[in-house]
Design a protein around this ligand. Sequence first.
Ligand SMILES: NC(=O)c1ccc[n+]([C@@H]2O[C@H](COP(=O)([O-])OP(=O)(O)OC[C@H]3O[C@@H](n4cnc5c(N)ncnc54)[C@H](OP(=O)(O)O)[C@@H]3O)[C@@H](O)[C@H]2O)c1
Length: 328
Amino acid sequence: MIRPEQLDELVPGPVLVMGAGLVGCYFGGRLQAAGVPVGFVGRPGVLDELAVHGLQLTDLSGGRSEVPASALQLHTDVPAGGRPSLVLLCVKRPALVPALARLAHTVARDTLVLCCQNGLFPAEEAMQAAPRLRLLPAMVPFNIMRRGPGHFHQATSGQLVALASARLAGWRPVFERAGLPLTLHADMLPVQWGKLLLNLNNPVKALSGLPLKAQLLDAGHRRRYADLVEEALVLLHRARIEPHRVTPLPWKRFLQVLRLPTPLFRLLALRMLRMDAHARSSMAEDVAAGRPTEINELCGEVVRLAQSLGAQAPLNARMVDAIYALSR
Ligand SMILES: NC(=O)c1ccc[n+]([C@@H]2O[C@H](COP(=O)([O-])OP(=O)(O)OC[C@H]3O[C@@H](n4cnc5c(N)ncnc54)[C@H](OP(=O)(O)O)[C@@H]3O)[C@@H](O)[C@H]2O)c1
């Protein structure tokens, strides 16, 4: 256990959150509450909210921390001369390349950038946008929701995973202290596919219009979700990619549990159902707000995997079309 006075020695330097939204405010807030100097780059609407209310961070196990508004460093653009040691890049996928290009112009060469997007990391595209930065894909396994102005809540459980790097390893005790334990992996592809399979429920949730828990308690929606995962698993097997387990169950068993009648599912999936009753998918919120969704990075990725194998993924392809239609 790290004592507060030891933290100064541990923190390798300031952190910059690029994209102060659900993930950015939660991660940045928890790190700042643990003593790390953090700057937040975001849109004026979010920054105005933080400037009035500060940050309140809560989680499933009753953890709670706060950062007063007066202690927050808020920016509408990447501050010149800030020299962050670590950037948490928390924009959504459609905003990733422009955000990287902006960072590449402003932060020092070789700055560590933890890319927290869902889906598979677009390494080539990202490297082209920011060739001089040290880009590390990360996988955020849990769901963050807004509970009120400046209040961000971790609504499900799981551990943050990132690509192994010696410099990032130096941040692990700091993340641990902030309540964000970080695991490092040498190969992120199976980790990202694991999270992607879990996220195949996002379009089902968005189409259902229900909060996550209510949606999982509906046998029809669960079956639709299981079918999308099964279609992807067959293709991954052909591509010799073994997706990581991101639930306590192996994937095949996970599908069996999803397909159980609801009373049995409720009994066996206690841990999966351990979540805030109001937790929603951000895809549902994007659709409602008319913003671009990440469907192309989820089901679209399964369709591209199928094409690369000379096969098809009709269920995932239909989901892509359904979400585009809903967005229109
Ligand atoms: N939310 C979750 O529970 C969760 C969990 C796991 C993983 N993820 C992944 O994490 C990523 C971020 O998700 P999120 O839910 O945190 O998204 P979010 O709430 O939309 O936050 C991103 C914020 O960054 C802003 N932004 C985009 N480009 C910017 C720029 N150049 N400068 C300043 N601000 C900029 C966005 O504004 P605009 O909307 O105006 O672009 C938005 O306010 C996504 O890939 C998501 O899939 C999310």
